[in-house]
Design a protein around this ligand. Structure first.
Ligand SMILES: [Ca+2]
Length: 287
């Protein structure tokens, strides 16, 4: 019987662990980008590349309360960018799904999402300093309309090298002249590692929430005993006992009065009898 129980427990544990591993292995990552909706004060997470100036804009937005406005652009890739080296280093190279919404206020233009991977290998990459670019297809964004850019980028790094930097960018088509240099809006950007994603070890801060058990209000519950105001009932009891005493008192008085009447009657009768007798005694003397 014990053996059967042990076997049952072991099988249950193995099933739970395998189910856990399967859910972890087959899930995509969450969005890696910080403040992807430009709602949390852009400066902390986003940087304008080269001379580009970024500002939060609440008039034009794809969702939420704001988007980012990028202006003073002097080249096709003066855009908002974010360093994602830490999380891409954690998840590893491979397929990343990217998307973003852009809105151009002046004219139509072709825009793409771009990512740069830099390794400590000078021989690797399409340009010097160990950098390599990965880009989606160009999409023609129409003037005054929010347009979605999206695609899958297969990131690689140089063999036997360390990652130096990984950045999320945009890029305009250079041969479109001034259209490629216009100020523009961006909102709701996304970078997701596809499949085989290990769980992030950042779940640890949660326990900090547990000290919350400020269960102190419980004492308020002890206020309930106030319901023992019932003692007032005992007050009623004392009251009844007082009336009892009063009743008892009046009964006592009745008994006392009755006793006085009886005793008084007895004594009066005795004197009357004695008086009669002494009269009879005196008559013969008169003879
Ligand atoms: Ca937004």
């Amino acid at each position: 019987m014990k053996k059967l129980f042990k076997l049952f427990v072991t099988l249950t544990l193995v099933t739970v662990v395998l189910a856990g591993l399967m859910t972890v292995v087959h899930a995509d990552s969450a969005n890696i980008l910080l403040d992807p909706g430009f709602e949390e004060g852009i400066e902390e997470n986003w940087v304008g590349y080269s001379g580009a100036v970024l500002s939060e804009n609440t008039d034009e937005k794809h969702s939420g309360d704001a988007s980012v406005f990028c202006e003073e652009r002097s080249s096709k890739n003066d855009v908002p960018k974010q360093n994602v080296e830490e999380l891409v280093g954690f998840y590893g190279m491979g397929d990343y799904q990217v998307s973003a919404w852009v809105m151009l206020p002046e004219s139509d233009a072709s825009v793409q999402i771009a990512m740069m991977v830099q390794c400590d290998n000078d021989e690797w990459g399409a340009i010097p300093d160990g950098r390599k670019w990965f880009t989606t297809e160009y999409v023609v964004a129409k003037k005054g309309v929010w347009t979605k850019l999206e695609g899958t980028l297969t990131l690689e790094s140089a063999p036997d090298s360390e990652l130096i930097q990984v950045e999320f960018y945009f890029n305009f088509k250079e041969d479109e002249g001034d259209a490629a240099l216009q100020a523009y809006y961006t909102d709701d950007v996304s970078l997701i590692k596809l499949g085989n994603v290990p769980a992030l070890p950042t779940a640890s801060p949660e326990p900090t929430a547990s000290p919350a058990p400020t269960a102190s209000p419980v004492p308020t519950a002890t206020l309930k005993p106030t319901a023992t105001v019932a003692p007032t009932a005992t007050v009623a009891a004392t009251a009844t006992s007082t009336t009892d005493v009063e009743d008892g008192g009046s009964t006592l008085w009745i008994w006392i009065v009755a006793a006085v009447i009886i005793i008084g009657g007895g004594v009066g009768g005795y004197f009357m009898a004695t008086k009669g007798k002494s009269k009879d005694d005196g008559a013969p003397k008169a003879e």
